[in-house]
Design a protein around this ligand. Structure first.
Ligand SMILES: [Fe+2]
Length: 186
């Protein structure tokens, strides 16, 4: 009899656990809220694919006196983007959603547009700075959505991306400034 009561109590606990698991998943996060984060991460994934391919385009097609500077810098940047692409896709999987995986969809979803192969070196840097603004906007959307879901793991990952791309933007901006141009004093 005691055993029967124990089993019934145990069953209630198991049912409660399974119900909570269904809503919260193994991350103990509300899956309805994390689905919004996964959607925003998928847009960021599309953005990063367009950005990555643009860096390869610019790495191959840059010409002129800045060739060595920019050819090497763009390679460094696409190597970094490649790592981030994988991290974003695997974060979506960790949240138990499907990362978008083909270019037809990336082209439809991305905030970033493709560039032709014929841009001048300074224009390439300006185009990339503009893309960084778009990436930052999308990353901040991800953080805002993840914050509503108490999803600290996503916030931490994307927060690191933000700091990094802001620093690269400063460097590209400094590179494109004229000698003697200064930043405003605070
Ligand atoms: Fe190369």
């Amino acid at each position: 009899m005691v055993l029967a009561i124990f089993t019934e109590t145990e069953n209630i606990h198991t049912k409660q656990f399974l119900n909570t698991y269904k809503i919260m998943g193994y991350l103990n996060l509300d899956t309805e809220k994390t689905s919004s984060t996964a959607k925003e991460l998928n847009i960021l994934l599309a953005d990063y694919h367009l950005y990555y391919q643009k860096l390869r385009n610019f790495h191959w097609n840059v010409v002129g006196h800045n060739f060595f500077d920019l050819h090497i810098k763009f390679e460094e940047m696409y190597d970094d983007a490649k790592v981030k692409i994988d991290e974003i896709a695997e974060r979506i999987l960790t949240l138990r959603y499907q990362p978008t995986s083909n270019f037809t969809d990336y082209l439809k979803m991305s905030n970033i547009e493709e560039s032709s192969a014929g841009s001048k070196d300074l224009d390439m840097v300006k185009i990339l700075l503009d893309d960084h603004g778009k990436l930052l906007k999308q990353m901040r959307k991800v953080v805002e959505t993840a914050d509503k879901a108490d999803d600290e793991g996503t916030i931490d990952m994307v927060g690191g991306f933000i700091g990094h791309i802001e620093k690269v933007s400063w460097m590209l901006d400094a590179w494109s400034m004229k000698r003697g141009d200064n930043h405003p004093e605070v």
